[in-house]
Design a protein around this ligand. Structure first.
Ligand SMILES: Cc1cc2nc3c(=O)[nH]c(=O)nc-3n(C[C@H](O)[C@H](O)[C@H](O)COP(=O)(O)O)c2cc1C
Length: 366
């Protein structure tokens, strides 16, 4: 469905960048789970990013849960999260109504919605909508953590600067979970900060990759053929604005390997069947195999840049030049780890609810 993700645990998203509110409705949650609202606030703060690495648009991102929560516990009925837009500056976008930004969603939505959508700040296609998604996914994350499932995402690369990849068999999730933005090596973060400062001065932007690992999933979760674990994750990740690719395990490197190198031999570790390597990214036949699920996504450089760019005026079709003045993220990848974590939690929550039913928390097979 268009603005709804999931089969059993669903999330429906609404709002615009410069409208009064954004929000989402989570349906199919287990009843009776005590939500830690302080933890939700902490996750929302991570999405803001560090001031020196992010947009100058700072939003309070105060969450209001207006249904589905009673006496601090989920009721099992639709849980609605509302987040007000408070730091709105529509005037930054006046020129862009007629001059679509290259590689943003201004032109596509103009045609799709016959010119009626509120395109200010990207409208419904703005990264503002990742605020309610982050809140929703973080709420589900609390449930997953209580069931022994861990999730972590780090910045694997920014431009040509690389962090160390996760150990695919035992990813260091705890090591990176408190850092914002999360990288495994402190020296690399310092280099990334310098690269962002340079891109900002040039009026340009940077792209990068994120790597996510999920540990502690039961074996056999996922639905053949069309709701495979890979397929479900891919659909969720492409909902994050700016994501242009995904690979699982050894991913595109598999093309260069032989079967003898690519296969993950089975071993018996203290009575548990595991694999020695994890080139499959924890997934075989679209089902979890009990090893960490590992995937990487690529984020484009932020489309809105300060340098002059070619565009076409929508009112008369004339080619013209556009110089963007608004407040923008120099590298969206640095703000996205908590969003990718949250989307991953919505995927896993839905796969578990599909397998065990909505009260999956009571039934999960450990
Ligand atoms: C956290 C986050 C922040 C973003 N900030 C900006 C921004 O400041 N300026 C911008 O042009 N795009 C920004 N984007 C990316 C655009 O929203 C995205 O490129 C656009 O909606 C087009 O979607 P597509 O790149 O997936 O095709 C951001 C994305 C994310 C995830």
């Amino acid at each position: 469905m268009r603005n709804t993700f999931g089969n059993v645990l669903t999330v429906t998203l609404f709002g615009e960048s410069h409208g009064p509110e954004t929000g989402c409705v989570l349906d199919g949650l287990p009843a009776g789970f005590a939500v830690d609202e302080e933890q939700l606030k902490a996750d929302m703060a991570k999405r803001q990013g560090l001031p020196e690495l992010s947009t100058a648009r700072r939003e309070a991102d105060e969450i209001r849960i207006v249904s589905g929560l009673y006496q601090g516990k989920t009721t099992g009925t639709p849980l609605t999260i509302m987040i007000a837009n408070q730091n709105v500056r529509r005037s930054d976008y006046d020129e862009l109504t007629d001059k679509p930004r290259p590689s943003h969603a201004d032109y596509t939505q103009y045609v799709r919605y016959r010119g009626y959508s509120d395109r200010s700040g990207g409208g419904h296609f703005s990264a503002r909508l990742t605020a309610p998604l982050t809140a929703a996914g973080s709420l589900v994350k609390q449930m997953l953590v209580s069931a022994g499932i861990e999730i972590g995402t780090h910045v694997l690369c920014l431009g040509d600067l690389n962090d160390r990849p996760f150990d695919a068999v035992q990813p260091e999730i705890r090591e990176i979970s408190e850092k914002n933005p999360p990288v495994l090596e402190d020296a690399v973060l310092a280099e990334m900060k310098a690269a962002v400062a340079a891109a900002r001065t040039e009026g340009d932007s940077l792209g990068g990759e994120l790597e996510t690992a999920i540990c502690g999933l039961p074996v056999g979760i996922g639905e053949p053929f069309f709701d495979t674990v890979e397929g479900h994750f891919a659909k969720a990740m492409f909902a994050i604005p700016g994501v242009k690719g995904i690979e699982f395990g050894a991913g595109f490197e598999l093309a260069k390997m032989k079967g003898s190198q690519a296969n993950d031999p089975f071993v018996n570790r203290e009575g548990k069947i595991e694999t020695e390597a994890n080139h499959s990214g924890g997934i075989n036949g679209g089902l979890t195999n009990g090893m960490p699920v590992i995937f990487r996504t690529v984020y484009r450089p932020t489309p809105s840049i300060g340098l002059p760019q070619k565009t076409v005026r929508l009112s008369d079709g004339e080619e013209t030049t556009l110089t963007i003045h608004g407040r923008h993220d120099p590298a969206i990848v640095l703000r996205a780890p908590v969003i990718q974590d949250a989307m991953s939690c919505l995927v896993i929550g839905d796969l578990l609810a599909s397998f065990y039913g909505v009260q999956w928390l009571e039934k999960i097979n450990r």
